[in-house]
Design a protein around this ligand. Structure first.
Ligand code: NAD
Length: 446
């Protein structure tokens, strides 16, 4: 089938590449010329496991190409996927400027029947607005579909190839039938396709993200109380997750969620509620708990070292908003590092994939280390902010020998308290009692 994807970011690039991999003929339109050149050479512009191999294969086999020319893409595709960014705008509302730029572009260049499929996350009612706008711009027939994307960065290819479900928000049988055929290779294991009206599809995306974010904030709130009351949230988490009505996923306490989706989508949901006179009180609490969580982590550093960090140096492991991505949008590491820099600290950081992204955020205000142990050299403490697998079983003896004092702030609860205690670390985690060695045996913290 002939497909055009507008926007070659995380969602667009994964969508276009996976659709090409299933035999479709895909043209991707991207406004950023440098990205188009890089992708056309088979070099990925984002870190996403498995993506580069698929990109290269589909370029070589000529099922996938990249252009900056919108008209070329629109003429090519029967299916036009919109996957441009919808970042937070004024008062938390989604900024739809890039989205409507491409909608207007479609309307003024389409040359026959097109199925316009919205993959970007957009407020409820946007598909209706797209229909209205297109009908003012063209006399050619079209159908508009809301088809929200649920991929997770870090496992995006697998999520696209084996989705839990596919949502088709469409009022037209013709377009629904085309979409079902297009997605048939991805639902061979009988994962459901839900067909509904576009407004419900648009709401499904926001509701799903808000529910997941709520689980995280709920657990963070419980963690904070556990910490005060000397309980261990990890035991609590495992025990409540064993209840099948609750389940284990998304119950991990830590420094809070980040990324390009949860923060902006819950802000947009709150804004939709305000506009419609339905205060989204739970969603508002999810957001504020999440913000507070980053401060809670920084406060642990202040409680240990004092608020003046002049002359202190910290090692940071993990900068991306989560493992297996280089994405730092709304990453907790940004807020945490800024707070420490403001207090006078110097930072040496390591992330397996996000160093280049971090350079765009911090420039030369922090130092970047290719090897994680290099950050530790003479540092006052280690801060673990992103739970990359490679940080889970480090050489603790080596860490101790490199750090000025054996102090670890674990923002993701990846280490065992008993091990840290046995090895003589001062160890602060989230929602678990701190491990503070007996002063008579501990290495002095300067
Ligand atoms: P992104 O910023 O990574 O990618 C957007 C791309 O669109 C960029 O490459 C940008 O240059 C390009 N673009 C902007 N204007 C354009 C135009 N006029 N013509 C062509 N290209 C243009 O964003 P993303 O993370 O891929 O997110 C895209 C949408 O998908 C958002 O609405 C987001 O909320 C949603 N979403 C994202 C994820 C995720 O994990 N990142 C998951 C589900 C849904």
């Amino acid at each position: 089938m002939r497909i055009c994807v507008l926007g070659a970011g995380y969602v667009g690039l994964v969508t276009g590449t996976c659709l090409a991999e299933s035999g479709n003929d895909v043209v991707m339109v991207e406004i950023d010329r440098a990205k188009v050149e890089k992708l056309s050479r088979g070099e990925t512009t984002i870190y996403e496991p498995g993506l580069e191999e698929l990109l290269k294969r589909n370029l070589v086999e000529k099922r996938l190409s990249f252009t900056t020319d919108l008209a070329e893409g629109i003429r090519h595709g029967l299916f036009i996927f919109i996957a441009v960014g919808t970042p937070p705008g004024d008062n938390g509302k989604a900024d739809l400027s890039a989205f409507f730029t491409v909608v207007d572009g479609i309307g003024s260049t389409m040359d026959g029947y097109k199925i316009i499929i919205d993959k970007s996350t957009v407020p409820v009612g946007t598909a209706d607005e797209v229909k209205q706008r297109l009908s003012e711009l063209t006399t050619h027939p079209f159908d508009v579909v809301s088809n929200p994307e649920f991929l997770k960065e870090g496992s995006a290819i697998d999520d696209f190839m084996h989705p839990d479900r596919i949502i088709i928000g469409c009022d037209y049988e013709r377009a629904t039938a085309f979409l079902k055929e297009l997605y048939a290779p991805f639902v061979q294991t009988e994962n459901p396709i839900f067909v509904m009206d576009p407004r419900s599809a648009e709401m499904t995306k926001y509701a799903a993200n808000a529910m997941l974010a709520a689980r995280i904030s709920f657990m963070n709130e419980i963690a904070n109380l556990c910490e005060r009351m000397n309980a261990d949230v990890d035991d609590v988490r495992r025990a409540i997750g064993a209840d099948r009505r609750i389940g284990q996923p998304f119950l991990f306490p830590g420094v809070g969620f980040g990324g390009s989706c949860f923060p902006k989508d819950i802000a947009a949901l709150e804004a939709m509620g305000d506009e419609n006179d339905v205060p989204m009180e739970i969603v508002a609490a999810v957001r504020s708990v999440n913000h507070r969580q980053r401060d809670m982590f920084v406060r642990k550093v202040f409680d240990h070292f004092g608020k003046d960090l002049e002359g202190r140096s910290f090692a940071v492991w993990g900068l991306a908003f989560k493992p297996r991505t280089d994405d730092m949008r709304e990453a907790p590491a940004v807020t945490i590092i800024e707070s420490l820099l403001n207090a006078g600290a110097t930072i040496r950081a390591h992330d397996p994939e996000a160093t280049e992204t971090a350079r765009a955020v911090f420039g030369d205000r922090i130092e970047y280390c290719t090897i994680n142990y290099d950050c530790l050299d003479d540092a006052d403490a280690l801060l673990v902010i992103t739970e990359w697998n490679e940080f889970r079983h480090p050489d603790f003896e080596k860490m101790k020998s490199l750090l000025k004092s054996p102090v670890v702030f674990d923002g993701r609860n990846i280490y065992r308290r008993s091990n840290m205690k046995q090895m003589g670390f001062t160890y602060y985690a989230m929602g678990r009692p701190a491990v503070v060695p007996d002063p008579s045996t501990a290495t002095a913290s300067s």
